[in-house]
Write a protein that binds this ligand. Structure first.
Ligand SMILES: Nc1ncnc2c1ncn2[C@@H]1O[C@H](COP(=O)(O)OP(=O)(O)OP(=O)(O)O)[C@@H](O)[C@H]1O
Length: 268
């Protein structure tokens, strides 16, 4: 099938890139006995966007939070550039589902907050924040407060904050779930531009197969809880085409359909 290749197929883009994050034999049993992950092993190539896709409640957020160092696994380990993860680190940033903005702080302060926590002087951190506020399309909104922004704009502030700390790995947990389709598509374009320009590694969680196929270099399909890796798909789309052309391209349509056929098996 065009655009849908098992990991063992001819080396696509993703297979060429060195892994920046390695997950080995990861398991997570929550207190109370919920087994979220069971022996997950995965590697995430540097400079690419990998999406975790799977049935609701299968453990995507759990996996992302363990990689972020926000949650401890029950078994196994995560390595970033070969070093074991024991907690959060400056090379990883996390965009939360609810963006976690401070309501009493302006856009620029919110965007610069990660740098403020690191003790970066105000003028310096605001200069960096300004750059990323502009890059997510919010130039002119620096002095606004979160309640003066739409949901999509608040998400952009969350993204600007994650980018401003200049982490190599940006993790995003369903960042587009609460916005309208138009905003969502605009955001997808922003993200593709950032992946191309910033050369960062993005780890992305979404419920949308179409969104996953549109933005990803690689998609990891997870099974029902306790999650295991069901399939890894390298997405090869004509990225230099217009968005509408990409969404009509056989490679895009075949990949969406192939994933749907796999995920359907996990639905009750
Ligand atoms: N703190 C917790 N304590 C106990 N169980 C939890 C906790 N957090 C998550 N779980 C359970 O672990 C499983 C995996 O949750 P997780 O949020 O990682 O899944 P998900 O794939 O991100 O879900 P969704 O697609 O619905 O966002 C779920 O059954 C959830 O109820």
């Amino acid at each position: 099938m065009i655009g849908l290749q098992a990991q063992t197929a001819a080396p696509p883009l993703a297979a060429d890139a060195a892994p920046i994050v390695e997950v080995r034999g990861l398991s997570k049993i929550y207190p109370g006995g919920v087994e979220a992950l069971n022996d997950i092993s995965l590697s995430f190539p540097e400079g690419e966007l990998t999406t975790l896709l799977g049935p609701s409640g299968c453990g995507k957020t759990t996996l992302l939070k363990i990689i972020a160092g926000l949650l401890q696994p029950t078994g196994g380990e995560v390595r970033v550039r070969g070093r074991a993860v024991t907690g959060p680190g400056p090379e990883r940033s996390f965009v939360f589902q609810d963006f976690a903005l401070m309501p009493w702080a302006t856009v620029i302060r919110n965007a610069a907050f990660g740098l403020e926590l690191r003790g970066v002087p105000r003028s310096e951190r605001e200069a960096v924040a300004e750059k990323y506020i502009a890059s997510v399309g919010l130039k002119g909104f620096e002095t606004k407060y979160p309640h003066e922004l739409s949901g999509g704009m608040r998400q952009r502030v969350g993204l600007a904050r994650a980018l401003a700390v200049n982490a190599d790995i940006v993790m995003m947990d369903e960042p587009f779930s609460a916005v309208d389709e138009q905003t969502r598509r605009q955001f997808q374009e922003d993200m593709l531009r950032l992946v191309a320009q910033e050369r960062k590694t993005f780890l992305f969680v979404t419920h949308s197969i179409e969104e996953a196929v549109y933005v990803s270099n690689r998609i990891v399909l997870l099974s029902r809880r306790p999650s295991r890796v069901s399939e890894i798909i390298d997405v090869n789309l004509p990225r230099d085409s217009e968005p509408d052309q990409i969404r009509r391209h056989p490679a895009y349509l075949d990949t969406v359909e192939g994933i749907w056929q796999t995920l359907k098996r996990y639905l009750d």
